[in-house]
Design a binder for this molecule. Sequence first.
Ligand SMILES: [Zn+2]
Length: 549
Amino acid sequence: MSESMHWADRIAQLVKERVEKDKLLQAVVKEKGYICYDEKTPSGNIHVGSGRGWVIFDCVAKALRKIGLKGRFILSSDDMDPFDKPSKELGEEWNKYLGMPFRDMPSPQKGYKNYADYYFSRVTEKFPEWGIEAELQSTGERYIDGSFNPQIKKILDNADKVKQIYMDLYGEDTPAAKKLPFNVKCPQCGKIATTIATEWNKEKEEIYFECKENVVKFAQGCGHKGWISPYNGNGKFPWKVEWPAKWPMMGVVYEIAGKDHFTKGGARTIANKIAVDVLGYPPPVPSDGYKTGKGYEFFTVGGAKMSTSKGTGMSFRGISEYAPAKMLRYLIVKSRVHAVLDFDPYNDNDLLLLYDRYDKTEKDYFEGKDELQKRVYELSHVGKIPTSCPPHIPLNTAAFTIQIALFDVDKALDILKGLDMVDKEASKEDIEAIKERLEFARRWVKDFASDQYKFEVATKVSEDVKKSLSEKQKEALTLLKVKLSAKDYGQKELYEEFYKIKEETNVEIKDFFEAAYLIIINKKRGPKLAGFILSLGKEKVIDLLNQAV
Ligand SMILES: [Zn+2]
């Protein structure tokens, strides 16, 4: 495989080769397509880190489709998992549900089927913004509709083998060795975390369980016990067994996860052992037989401000307040799966650089320069790829323009047209792209840009500023006033004029700029001066100069 191949294409190629070598998988893909599968427990607000996985799955499914295979990304909500930690967000009154499956709890807000549906929807509602195409499922429904039944029978028939796998990895004392690998949902109290199953009647296909007080610390069972069928939603596997059970049930050929699941002796190690030794199904790429392969690296939203203001870290839903989803998607697509990603929106450079790089990649795409960059753009662009390269307004330029326009996007657009930064004949598509950037610049300046990108145009020059000006600075500003009054300048011409003023008055150029910014925005630094003066309108600037000198 070529080194210049994008990682998603490389993975797709690997999956294709794996299937070609395996008769069982050939039959699976013929029936179901190439399933790239991920799952998430809808226990509360879902961390932004999971978003990296979803973009990876989406890209691999798309890369499979590009080589003519039926790539599908399926994301399942693990809604049979138990509520096992009090919710800080919802408060104590929800503690009565501890131990119950998320799908059996009410929704915290109207309009959703249940608790699981609410939290799962909060992330998947954002998928179109991220360009993630996924088929959504409920793991609980797969239990209820019997899809898991063949795996349940196989696992319980081979429970000793499963227990042995646990003991080999975690020692003879592991609690998993003292019970069956299946959690019954108590038909009396509805809790699934409080039961323990100890016997399996192979002939009757029933399981013996007790709902006890001390199975877990966070919830108490009701004391109910008896025999019950394990099928059709009466219970679920513990998740380390559920993971491999899903592979043959769904026909999974690709499933990566965060690297914490891929540690030696971790969840993927067990899952692969169970898949190979008990279920007779080849673990999906990036695994190969017992070998786990590597998980994806973490995606964190860093920064001191972020962690203090948000406590536990940024949610997937919340992050697109701080950077457009398509920019974050781009960040993930262009980075190797095994590279650490940290994004800090409070760090101006992170954000400005992200925009610059995106623009550069977009330009490269339309110039057709670099195959890899072209592919990065194809995989990261959200929605239909434009017919020609959109105009690129750097984020800091957008930010100062929106401030001059007093946060009015249409006015800002006119200013950009006046500065010839936007073609007066620009297409509707181009205008939309610029407006989107101005909108984001507005949010950035208002909510989290650092002070150096913020300013307010003065209406009156303060006495302090007047007093602070040196004779040379005054002389230079006077000359600027004369020149501005005498004629209309273009941006470049005005910039050159600043250096003529320096020559004529012998002022240090740094002192000249500083004086001009002090007069206009009462700060020593600001946006590029020539464009700034022209976008404000020279009359406004002449008025301020009149007050000062
Ligand atoms: Zn019970």
